[in-house]
Design a protein around this ligand. Structure first.
Ligand SMILES: CC(C)(COP(=O)(O)OP(=O)(O)OC[C@H]1O[C@@H](n2cnc3c(N)ncnc32)[C@H](O)[C@@H]1OP(=O)(O)O)[C@@H](O)C(=O)NCCC(=O)NCCS
Length: 255
């Protein structure tokens, strides 16, 4: 049986007749059909490379290990997004893959996949589904959200950056050139925008080197036809700063 609709998510202003529902095992066929359609229409084959085992991927991002959210219109799936909660010791925990400190791996959630069928693009569905997955990540106490994206996937990277994620790492995962974008929902990241540089989105070596040398990709910049990314130097997280003790309150009894 399908669980109840997610609270307060029954309708979308941009699609008032659509409903949001948790993806259940019964939705697997519709989910796979949507993926077949979207993947066959990609502008570049690297934008999304299908997981080797679709059923295992679906299960990894379904309860209890995660959640998939589907947008349905007249019982037809028109978009979905998935959030996975990898084990701290899993080899494919993206925190491990990009070399985050070991003690952070248990806080990682994967913004695993999001697809919108062509006729329903441009309605901010990826942005909405990302916000919902951030809420899920908090509910699972996994505030360190990581998302992998192809260097060719400009719209997805644009949408992830717009929601406050930043490019933490660029490199090769399973033979594919990928960014990993990150956000700590507890809000501890900071950067020095005075110390920033622009890098072309297709300059793989520079993108890798910038992240490896302590810079984060925080925004995209269009220079005529050229598409660039702004990298700013990361500062120590705010939580790592020395806390200023609160001033003592003298003689302030209850009023
Ligand atoms: C990526 C995807 C989910 C986004 O769907 P969507 O929510 O409908 O978003 P759109 O494609 O309409 O893009 C919306 C935003 O991206 C921007 N955008 C679109 N193409 C872009 C491009 N080539 N470069 C930069 N930004 C772009 C739009 O201007 C818009 O920005 P705005 O909201 O600031 O105005 C959808 O395109 C899709 O399913 N793609 C194929 C599967 C895929 O790549 N999934 C993501 C894997 S990481």
């Amino acid at each position: 049986m399908r669980p109840p609709q997610l609270p307060a998510l029954g309708t979308l202003p941009q699609l008032p007749h659509a409903v949001l529902q948790v993806l259940m095992p019964d939705d697997f066929a519709a989910w796979r059909h949507l993926r077949d359609e979207v993947i066959s229409g990609l502008a570049h084959p690297d934008m999304y490379v299908r997981e080797a085992d679709e059923a295992a991927f679906f299960a990894r991002n379904a309860p209890p290990a995660g959640q998939g959210i589907g947008v349905f219109l007249d019982n037809e799936l028109l978009a979905y997004a998935m959030a996975g909660m990898p084990g701290a010791d899993d080899a494919d925990n993206l925190g491990a893959v990009i070399g985050l400190p070991r003690d952070s791996h248990g806080c990682v959630s994967h913004m695993a996949s999001c697809m919108v069928r062509q006729p329903w693009r441009g309605l901010q569905l990826q942005a909405l589904l990302l916000k919902l997955r951030f809420a899920l990540a908090m509910a699972y106490q996994r505030p360190l959200c990581l998302a992998m994206v192809s260097l060719h996937n400009h719209s997805s990277r644009h949408n992830l950056l717009s929601q406050g994620m930043w490019i933490a790492w660029t490199g090769v995962i399973d033979g594919l050139r990928r960014h990993v974008l990150q956000i700590d929902l507890l809000g501890r990241q900071r950067w020095d925008l005075q110390d920033s540089r622009l890098i072309a989105t297709d300059d793989f070596e520079q993108l890798c080197a910038a992240a490896a040398s302590g810079y984060a990709g925080v925004a995209e910049v269009l220079d005529g036809e050229r598409r660039l990314l702004r990298y700013a130097r990361r500062l120590p997280d705010a939580a790592a700063q020395v806390e200023v003790p609160l001033p003592a309150i003298h003689g302030a009894g209850p009023r």
